[in-house]
Design a binder for this molecule. Structure first.
Ligand code: C2E
Ligand code: MG
Ligand code: MG
Length: 722
């Protein structure tokens, strides 16, 4: 207890009793007392509020209060100060009750002497001290139970000292005796980014704004690394509600935090290249747009890039090498872009770059040029030397965007433009492109409606045997009977139908109708040679797994002999995946249908494949037929193709036959079939039916006359079409 005087508050109204106590206290030899005397409870409670005391000597019978209430009021006002009650000898019951309720001791007034009073005071103070210590340790124990692995701390706010548990110290790499009791041992180790927030949370709790204190922050370990910790705590408040202590725990949440951060990273990055993904890119783009709105001079550009011929690399060298290429490209991009720029992989072979805070649009075009320089340097991938290039579309902030999706959409549109200009190019988005893109979009919507409303019609263009002039059959060509625009031709909608996949249902419909119509003609005109019908297959349709089955079904539905159906396939469809195309074509041949290669000469068909293709007929593209009359090398091409086909055991058909001169030349070359405006434009089914009925006798005449004279008036031989 030291040498400091013990501060005693005596609340006693009897002057005699008060005097006696005063004398007894002054007789003490080992202790000095500083006595404050009040005669009413009200007075006494006021002193308790104002001053600090080590003990209260309390008479239970006062002018303004008596009985147990006197004790209760005093205890409530100062629960931390020990109280010794004083009663008359007839009031023993009352004294016991006060002790049960928290008084440290009682004295019967007439039985008191100096040593007894001294001892009672000293024990009362000590007991109170132990009681308090016990309570504190009980609280600590409760916290300890809440997390055996947690570190504990107990902060005496009045003294501003913190007791840190051994575990607490151990968690940041220190031994029991290594840290002081200073709060800075904690705060100085908190990550600078989080310390202010931590202090704020503590003060919020202390001032009663939060029920608990809880904060996640990083703490510096002795080894210099930072680990994520959770600090939790609760304040212990005095009777006035003022916090005097705060105790809590420290939990290591590093593993959980790392997992969380990894998950967050994964959600925002591409797994293969570890570049930001679409989601993160859009987020950063959103920030750049907001910057532009705040500051007039802020500019950015988005570059959308698609690798040229990536599919070739994948197909020829395998996906593993393709992946390696993407990873190496990501590395090169990272190396030359400025730290503030974002390069993201959007998927497949598509990347996007956000060049933020650029000075002028030329900064962006320079980046585009740089990209193709970088991609043009060889990549060494598992011993394969690979070069590549990209088609790049640029969208500039000067267009005035309000949404990230619009920027990316425009950059994408510009990329398509760049691609159509040739490989390794870049194009900057402009409003014209936007208009075209909008038109395309509305076409797509229109087209979807047309499929459900059945607005498509099949027209038939005659194919004639050139040696005899006999009608061999028809090519089925689709038209769109648009409710507003009238008849729309394939070149306006086929490519969009391809892109959107609508070509598949459309193609089946055409095939179905063409087969049914041909079978119907067969029935109506049984006398002549059975007609054939050629149907164009789209690439998408050709790749359908159920292709062979569907064709079988259509044939049996329409009761058309399989050999009467010719499928027109283009070279590019075959060359996209030659191996499986050959396989598919064999299956089709086994069904019994004929296979024709359409637009021959325009694709990149390799001659080494041509002999392996189970094809019956090659259709020479009309561009070659047209050039036949020219006096240069190009006119020879048709002859070369005819010879080639003959050597491979295939027949030849010529498309776009427009003049008698072309007819004569083709006959000379012994080209088997012809199709073109010279004979007839494509006809609707009614006109085509009439044409069959009238028979193609006039063509036979034309054949004969073309042998006699090369110049024949077209009108004279045109079939009568009513
Ligand atoms: P294609 O298969 O090469 O069809 C021949 C095209 O040449 C037809 O154009 C035809 O009208 C046109 N043509 C015929 N004779 C002459 C001529 O003497 N001179 C000129 N300049 N042109 C002639 P169309 O009907 O506009 O079809 C264009 C393309 O659309 C077709 O080319 C074909 O690739 C595609 N197509 C048409 N219908 C379908 C279909 O049902 N499915 C699929 N997948 N594609 C189709
Ligand atoms: Mg065709
Ligand atoms: Mg063609």
């Amino acid at each position: 207890m030291g040498d400091a005087p013990i501060r005693v508050l005596m609340i006693e109204d009897s002057p005699g009793d008060a005097r006696l106590i005063e004398i007894y206290l002054s007789q003490a030899t080992t202790t000095t007392y500083r006595l404050t005397h009040c005669t009413t409870l009200d007075d006494g409670l006021g002193r308790l509020d104002r001053d600090e005391f080590d003990i209260v000597l309390l008479d239970l019978k006062l002018p303004d209060s008596s009985g147990i209430e006197t004790f209760e009021q005093t205890y409530a006002r100062a629960p931390d100060v020990p109280i010794v009650v004083m009663t008359g000898h007839d009031d023993a019951q009352l004294a016991f009750r006060a002790v049960r309720e928290g008084a440290q001791d009682y004295l019967v007034k007439n039985n008191v002497d100096a040593p007894l009073l001294n001892r009672s005071i000293r024990y009362a103070i000590e007991r109170k001290h132990y009681e308090e210590a016990l309570r504190v340790s009980e609280e600590r124990y409760a916290l300890a139970i809440s997390g055996a692995n947690d570190g504990l701390w107990d902060w005496d706010l009045e003294e501003d000292r913190i007791h840190y548990s051994t575990r607490w110290k151990e968690m940041i790499g220190y031994d029991e005796d290594e840290l002081s009791i200073h709060p800075e041992e904690w705060f100085s180790r908190v990550h600078p980014d989080e310390v202010a927030r931590l202090k704020q949370e503590i003060s919020d709790h202390l001032s009663g704004r939060s029920l608990h204190f809880k904060h996640e922050h990083r703490m510096r370990h002795r080894d210099g690394s930072y680990r994520w910790m959770l600090s939790r705590g609760i304040a212990v408040r005095g009777a006035s509600g003022r916090p005097c202590r705060m105790a809590g725990s420290l939990t290591d949440i590093n593993a959980r935090k790392m997992t969380e951060q990894q998950l967050l990273h994964d959600a925002m990055h591409d797994a293969l290249t570890d570049l930001p993904n679409w989601a993160l890119f859009m987020d950063r783009l959103g920030v750049a747009i907001a910057q532009c709105k705040r500051r007039d001079d802020h500019q950015f550009a988005v570059l959308f890039l698609d690798l040229d011929r990536f599919k070739n690399i994948n197909d020829s060298l395998g996906h593993a090498v393709g992946d390696l290429l993407l990873i190496s490209i990501a590395r090169r991009f990272r190396a030359f872009l400025r730290p503030g720029d974002t390069v993201a992989r959007l998927g497949g072979d598509e990347f996007a770059i956000l060049a933020d805070a650029i000075e002028s649009p030329s900064d962006a075009t320079r980046i585009a040029e740089r990209i193709n320089e970088e991609l043009g340097r060889p990549f060494d991938l598992q011993g394969h030397e690979v070069f590549t290039s990209a088609s790049i579309g640029l969208a500039l902030s000067s267009t005035g965007y309000d949404r990230p999706e619009k920027v990316l959409r425009d950059a994408d549109t510009a990329m398509y433009r760049a691609k159509s200009l040739g490989k390794a190019r870049h194009a900057i988005f402009d409003q014209d492109m936007h208009r075209r893109a909008v038109e395309l979009l509305s076409l797509e919507t229109d087209l979807r409606r047309a499929v459900t409303r059945d607005e498509f019609r099949v027209h038939y263009q005659p194919i004639v045997a050139l040696s005899t002039g006999v009608l061999e059959g028809f090519e089925a060509l689709v038209r769109w009977q648009h409710p507003v625009k009238g008849l729309v031709y394939p070149e306006e909608f086929i490519s969009v139908a391809e892109e959107t996949g609508l070509i598949v249902p459309l193609g089946w419909k055409v095939m179905h109708e063409a087969c049914a119509q041909t079978a119907a003609w067969q029935k109506r005109f049984p006398a002549g040679q059975p007609l054939t019908v050629s149907v164009n297959l789209s690439g998408k349709q050709f790749r359908q797994p159920e292709l062979v089955r569907r064709i079988g079904e259509i044939l049996s539905d329409s009761a058309l002999e399989p050999s009467r159906l010719c499928l027109e396939i283009t070279e590019s469809m075959i060359m996209e995946d030659a191996e499986s195309a050959v396989d598919k074509m064999r299956q089709l041949r086994d069904v019994g249908v004929e296979l024709h290669i359409d637009d021959f000469g325009t694709g990149y068909s390799s001659l080494s494949y041509l002999h392996r293709l189970p094809t019956h007929t090659i259709k020479i593209d009309r561009s070659f037929v047209r050039r036949m009359s020219e006096r240069n090398g190009k006119s020879q091409i048709v002859g070369t193709i005819v010879t080639l086909a003959r050597n491979l055991g295939m027949r030849v058909a010529a498309e776009g036959l427009e003049t008698a001169d072309q007819l004569a030349k083709l006959r000379q070359l012994q080209c088997e079939y012809g199709q073109g405006f010279f004979f007839s434009k494509p006809l609707d089914h009614g006109d085509a039916g009439r044409l069959i009925a009238s028979t193609a006798i006039s063509w036979v005449v034309a054949m004969r006359s073309s042998i006699r004279a090369t110049r024949v008036s077209r009108r004279a031989i045109n079939p009568p079409i009513s």
